[in-house]
Design a protein around this ligand. Sequence first.
Ligand code: GTP
Length: 157
Amino acid sequence: MKTFYDYYHNKVQLSLDKQQRFESNPRHVWVICRYQDQWLLTKHKDRGLEFPGGKVESGESPQQAAIREVREETGGQVQDIQLIGQYYVSGKKEKLAKNIYFARIDRLDVQSTYFETNGPVLLPTIPSKVKDNPQYSFIMKDDVLTHSLAYIEHHLS
Ligand code: GTP
């Protein structure tokens, strides 16, 4: 398990070991998406560029929420998806656990709404200096991203 601090100086604990989870039913999901040799992100209207994700709705499993959030925020249809880990953010007011998935997308369908985002953004690479880049969301600015991308590169690509 790794511990570090996020963009807002909240403590973040990250586990990329599926046996070591903070919560068995986390209420949040985050999905690192690959489409045709590119990363598939969304542009959140307030936060900026980030991988899609959000809250698990009642009656949904976290994986079902992950598939839905990818579709809603990017139009991406998930071909396959796997859990790669979980993180726990200890905020000043609230604490939350979030599952991290890696998904391969086989189709991008145009949506009538992308909800709170401006829809899909495809990138050949994720820049190394995301932390200083105001186009990117705070969600992309802590070591959850770097560790998750390294995990995907070593284990899944
Ligand atoms: P809405 O109910 O969708 O408006 O969201 P919210 O503002 O209540 O936020 P949410 O419950 O998703 O998260 C609460 C707080 O946790 C946020 O303000 C962030 O500080 C923090 N947080 C949420 N997601 C992440 C994340 O992926 N990474 C980090 N580092 N912090 C997060």
